[in-house]
Design a binder for this molecule. Structure first.
Ligand SMILES: [Zn+2]
Length: 89
């Protein structure tokens, strides 16, 4: 079965896990994680590929190195925005 995926979305959500593990003081609830992803993805180029379920990891792995620096930069900015204006008390 073929799937249309935004590679950037998958890479951002993987990287959020890494960043939250390294920054224990940041709220890691589902709402804040999605807010982080939304803010970061709005500042990153989309990168759609058509792939099969089994190839998702292979396709994203190859692009991860290429975009890693950009993704970390976008997420660092997103952390500032979300921690300043969380959508919950
Ligand atoms: Zn939260």
């Amino acid at each position: 079965m073929f799937r249309l995926i935004n590679v950037m979305e998958i890479l951002v959500s993987d990287t959020i896990d890494e960043i939250l593990r390294a920054n224990k003081d940041i709220c890691s609830c589902p709402r804040c994680r999605l807010d982080l992803a939304a803010v970061a993805l709005n500042n990153l180029p989309t990168n759609y590929v058509v792939t099969t379920e089994g190839e998702v990891v292979k396709r994203t792995g190859a692009l991860k190195q290429q975009f890693k620096v950009d993704i970390i930069r976008a997420l660092t900015e997103a952390l500032k925005v979300v921690s300043k204006h969380p959508h919950h008390s």
